[in-house]
Design a protein around this ligand. Sequence first.
Ligand SMILES: [Zn+2]
Length: 377
Amino acid sequence: MILYDRKLATVYKEYGIMLPISPSRADRIVTFLEQNGALEQAPVKPVFDIPGALHILGDREPVITRADVERVHQREFVADLYEGSEGLEQALLNAWELIDCQGRPNRYEPDKKLKPLEGLFQNVLAQVQGTYLASRLALSGKEGRPGFCYYLGGGMHHSRYDHGTGFCLINDIVIAARKLQAENRAVLIWVIDVDAHKGCGTAELVRFARDRGELGYSPKGPDICNLSIHMASGWPLDPETLKTALPDRAPRIEADAEIPIPQAGEALYIEALEKGITLLETRSQNRSPDLVIVVDGADPYKDDELLSSSPLKLSLEQCLQRDRRIYEYLQKRRLPSVWLMAGGYGEHAWEPAAYFLKSLIKTAGKPYRKNPLGLGI
Ligand SMILES: [Zn+2]
């Protein structure tokens, strides 16, 4: 199913943030599916809002508590978010990189703000809640079919232990995963991150928890295993960042399975992805996960408009192959999965997820076809 709640879309311009993030990306995906007669069919039939998700799950109210955030992030950082107006504003300015190193506004026009910047925190919490509920929906798969839920939001994989960065304030992926584990809904969770940028925050949060001995390696092995397949160069791995980063904060903190794609390496992408999944199996000591979280960024797409994702340019067909390979792997092994929309910038960012979801209707129950866009078939 799809979890889609129009109220969760963030209109960044209302906060004076001038990024090429289209507030209508999720709308366009849903409209496209509707126009193609896909919306009423499994597995993409939508749940249209958070109350609808709660009704299915039999819950009364959506709850992401401060304790859920503190389970993952540094307490002082969380206190800034929940308590301090100055601390919150600074955290938001940092996370969206709105002030440059000379103290000047960067892609930020405070005079054009219609809403106070602090309001963004509530939007972020709503996104985290969506990721958590979509994960629960995926885990509630019925009739022997592995659960599948595509959440049209979430994927804030850059958010670090004690600060936000890369347009990601707090890390919905790890917060949701740890909450599910604390509630005994899952033991082992995989993260398959195919956004163009490295999932540096997720890697750090998983690693830090292990190093602190709070969570992580149980006698049976790790409880979150993460794969990141990303651009080999460019943000967040650029040399300038690495020079100034403290050793324990360096963006090179490795995921359990790392697959960097070199520039002009698009033709190798699918093979590399398959290697990455095999590596993930090994790192998990061949234990089967209870849930797989797919961070399904659209920014590897060649028509994405964010400059920092330009070293990777997958065609629409390659994006579709990427998603289909993951989906078919999960289906074959009967693994429940939640998919997060994650990064995607500009007017075409809706296309990869839309074509992927449409393909699930056209080929449901049938073998993978060589003409996955369905053109001329
Ligand atoms: Zn990205």
